[in-house]
Ligand binder design. Structure first.
Ligand SMILES: [Zn+2]
Length: 404
């Protein structure tokens, strides 16, 4: 029952974020009335059986074996991830039997419970959290190098490079894809950004063809139109065509390794050695007259502290209990991020923009703090003491900690 308590506890304070995950189960139970029997799938045990990161832990591309009951008509598995519905990913499945199911872990899935949905619309309760490690990092290719992709006779020769293998939504430093063409010069160029999760092209650029030997680049900041791209692996692909139709590509269509990088949506905010404290550090633990609304991350006073997610600063104040604190309205999210007990006032003021990973202060013990620590809160929309609710930030912190 531990799984259910964990999931319910996480959602008590974040109804808006959790509704998405739990509404389908409730709907299936009520709409199945009138004598129609809808088999309710149940997940008992999840284990990783192939392409696992280790014996107990999965990663993108691993196959999970899900044991339970009522799985015969399972249609999809939802990976609920670590925080709210934003990082949920769904993968289609076919049951082996009523009690066994295999599911491939989608690229970009993060640690969290899974649930099973059937073709009749019934959804299981979320399982205990399944540990999913980030996939092995892409091969760095920061310096221009000749490409492995296909090339027609008479097509340009291409070299490409990608500035980083790890990128963050809302960070100051974008990902830069550079290229150089030689030989026959192209009359048309296309740069495509390909999703490693499903191979789809999520964005494309058609820059002017460069002069011979000239290094050109495109940069991407993690946005697609006005919205934020989903976390996961992406790769750049360059196509160069001459006027006579000879085409060269930087990678094969199925090659998601060349010029690849992983996009993450948060950075772990404490940039140094840290620990998650004891029972008293947890969300919901007892405090005089109230319950603890965040999680305490312990680290040496002075440890650099960065914005887990960039956005707009909402508050920067001093409070007798919270000490120096700052609240950031996360860009592209409805979540507010509160950081307390800073060693000194943050240099940022309300209205300022901060980037993901940008330093906003240092761990301290200002206010009512026992030992140097970051008291960290996550609030659902509309926000911090503004109609939102605090929810347990520990699963999110642990996920961010695993990759940053
Ligand atoms: Zn605290």
């Amino acid at each position: 029952m531990r799984d259910i308590h964990l999931a319910a506890g996480r959602c008590a304070g974040a109804l808006a974020l959790c509704l998405g995950a739990f509404a389908p189960a409730a709907a299936a139970q009520t709409s199945g009335g009138g004598g129609v029997f809808v088999a309710q799938p149940k997940v008992a045990k999840v284990s990783c059986v192939s392409r696992c990161a280790s014996k107990k832990r999965a990663q993108g591309g691993s196959t999970l074996k899900i044991r339970g009951t009522g799985l015969a008509s399972a249609e999809e598995v939802v990976f609920h991830g670590s925080y709210g519905t934003r990082d949920d990913l769904t993968t289609p499945v076919r049951a082996v039997s009523d009690t066994v199911l295999r599911a491939r872990v989608p690229g970009g899935a993060v640690t969290g419970p899974v649930s099973v949905s059937t073709s009749q619309g019934a959804t299981s309760r979320p399982s205990a959290p399944v540990a999913i490690l980030p996939p092995p990092p892409p091969t760095p290719n920061a310096v221009l190098s000749p490409v492995p992709g296909p090339r027609d006779d008479g097509a340009p020769q291409i070299e490409t490079g990608t500035s980083r293998t790890k990128a963050y939504v809302g960070a100051r430093r974008a990902v830069t894809f550079s290229y150089r063409v030689s030989g026959t010069l192209p009359s048309a160029l296309t740069v495509e950004l390909v999703s490693g999760t499903d191979g789809s092209v999520v964005k494309s650029w058609t820059p002017e063809p460069p002069a011979a030997g000239e290094v050109k680049s495109v940069t991407w900041s993690g946005r697609i139109g006005r919205s934020t791209a989903a976390p996961g692996r992406y790769s750049f692909r360059l196509t160069a065509a001459t006027a006579s139709g000879a085409v060269a590509r930087s990678a094969q269509a199925g090659d998601l390794e060349r010029d690849a990088f992983d996009l993450y949506d948060h950075v772990f905010p404490v940039r140094g050695r840290h620990d998650y404290g004891g029972a008293g550090a947890r969300f919901g633990s007892g405090r005089a007259g109230h319950s603890h609304q965040g999680h305490d991350v312990f680290a040496k006073c002075g440890t650099r502290m960065v914005a887990a997610r960039g956005g707009r600063v909402k508050f920067e104040q001093y409070h007798a209990a919270a000490g120096h604190y700052i609240v950031v309205d996360g860009a592209g999210t409805d979540v507010d991020y509160a950081y307390m007990h800073l060693s000194e006032p943050s240099p940022f003021q309300p209205g300022d923009r901060v980037f993901t990973g940008q330093q906003i202060g240092a761990v301290g013990d200002s206010g009512n703090a026992q030992g140097c620590h970051l008291h960290f809160e996550l609030w659902s929309g509309p926000g911090w003491y503004d109609g939102g609710d605090p929810f347990d930030p520990l699963p999110a912190l642990q996920a961010w900690d695993s990759w940053s």
